[in-house]
Design a protein around this ligand. Structure first.
Ligand code: FAD
Ligand code: UDP
Length: 368
């Protein structure tokens, strides 16, 4: 008899498994239908020996000290600031937009945060409560910069006009008046020193945790006895899509390896306007791996449809309404807890998922 059957060995499932096993001696079976642990954060060495992320680039960053300290029990870190450039008007410029971006793009000589703010004040639209992803940007930097950096990228990424997406989508990107060219300004950022998968292996190495891969949890329901389920898969699939399918975006990756140390100046270059892909990632910049070879990955966004991996919940009101129907069903089940990016249908970052799993674990431990 297992105390918990946990569905999904990503961040949500693995954190809960580790906490419940190590803090309350609970017996856990964690099951994943994929042939590996780590969920979407899974990384591996490709055929050229370069460490890459199977499901797209995962840059860790958080201001949550508790999350950082918790994960630090399972990994050392390679401290590293994530840097991104955007290819706009034929040049590579810092992104998020900062003082250097404006000076390079327009041949200006803005020399202080106040001068940059005055520039934004002149070009931005006067909107108090941005209602969508387009308004969120133009209320900060105006239409010209929106057209250069955001409109094309967002259309490629979501195939939905920014006007029809939640403001929170583009609110993820800050606007700077200084020269800070880090993608995130969080206190803690970097990469697990030996990769995400190694970190997950340590989290799940507790003797009370059994791991099953390449198994859909449904295959076990008749045969494996358990007291409670924690479900981190897609919520609509749990309920057999009875209210309809929650839409997701998927991705197609195109990898290429070069016999040179580096191929581009930083770990990520965004292409808002040219080409069909949204961005190119060069892994070694972030992992710090030494090799005379380098692998880059081009990322193409597409609809998840029926058979592709479901990567991005699509933040818009109509989808939120559909999710709420499933959420109401879920609330009626006593012995199933729903948690994670797919079960909550939320565009969570890794640290948010870890924080939520830690919170649920604490509650479970208290209730026992
Ligand atoms: P997942 O990692 O999706 O794990 C759920 C697991 O459940 C999966 O392994 C799945 O196989 C399994 N499962 C589903 N159904 C079943 C079933 N029926 N039976 C058995 N198993 C099942 N966050 C950041 O902080 N920084 C980033 O840079 C970043 N980049 C990202 C880039 C991309 C392309 C994507 C898609 C996400 C990114 N994220 C990033 C977000 C991050 O991936 C998630 O927050 C985190 O991985 C979610 O963890 P989870 O455990 O909730 O879900
Ligand atoms: N975005 C954009 N241009 C960029 C980068 C991001 O328009 O160069 C918008 C786009 O809508 C994207 C959102 O901002 O989906 C969030 O970007 P982020 O880099 O956080 O996306 P993720 O890494 O989660 O794919």
């Amino acid at each position: 008899m297992f105390d918990y059957l946990i569905v999904g060995a990503g961040f949500s499932g693995s954190v809960l498994a580790e906490r419940l096993a190590s803090q309350k001696n609970k017996k856990i079976l964690i099951v994943d239908k994929r042939n590996h642990i780590g969920g979407n954060a899974y990384d591996y060495y490709n055929e050229h020996g370069i460490l890459i992320h199977k499901y797209g680039p995962h840059w860790f960053h958080t201001n949550d000290r508790k999350v950082f300290e918790y994960l630090s029990a399972f990994t050392a870190w390679r401290y590293h600031y994530h840097r991104v450039q955007s290819y706009v008007d034929g040049m590579l410029v810092p992104f998020p937009i900062n003082r250097d971006t404006l000076n390079m793009l327009y041949g200006l000589d803005l020399s202080s945060p106040a001068a940059v703010q005055a520039y934004y004040d002149e070009v931005k639209a006067n909107i108090n409560n941005p209602a969508d992803a387009e308004e969120m940007v133009i209320s900060q930097v105006g239409e010209a910069l929106y057209n250069k950096f955001f409109k094309g990228y967002t259309l490629k990424q979501w195939e939905i006009h920014p006007r029809d997406l939640a403001a929170s989508v583009t609110a993820r990107i800050p606007v700077r008046t200084n020269r800070d060219d880090r993608y995130f300004t969080d206190t803690y950022q970097g990469m697990p020193k030996h990769g995400y998968t190694a970190m997950f292996q340590r989290m799940l190495s507790h003797p009370n945790i059994s791991v099953m891969q390449q198994t859909d949890y449904r295959e076990l329901l008749q045969t494996v006895p358990y007291r409670k389920m924690i479900y981190t898969g897609p919520i609509d699939s749990f309920f057999d899509y009875k209210f309809g399918k929650l839409p997701y975006r998927s991705l197609r990756f195109e990898h290429e390896t070069f016999d040179q140390e580096f191929h581009q100046p930083c770990q990520q270059v965004n292409y808002p306007n040219e080409y069909d892909f949204t961005r190119i990632v060069e892994w070694k910049h972030a992992t710090g791996q030494k090799s005379h070879l380098t692998t880059i990955t081009r990322e193409y966004a597409l609809d998840a449809g029926d058979d592709l991996e479901r990567y991005y919940p699509i933040p818009r009101a109509i989808n939120h309404d559909l999710f709420n129907k499933y959420k109401a069903e879920a609330a009626q089940l006593d012995n199933v807890l729903f948690c994670g990016r797919l079960a909550d249908y939320k565009y969570y970052n890794m640290d948010q998922v870890v924080a939520r799993a830690l919170m649920i674990a604490e509650k479970e431990l208290k209730d026992q």
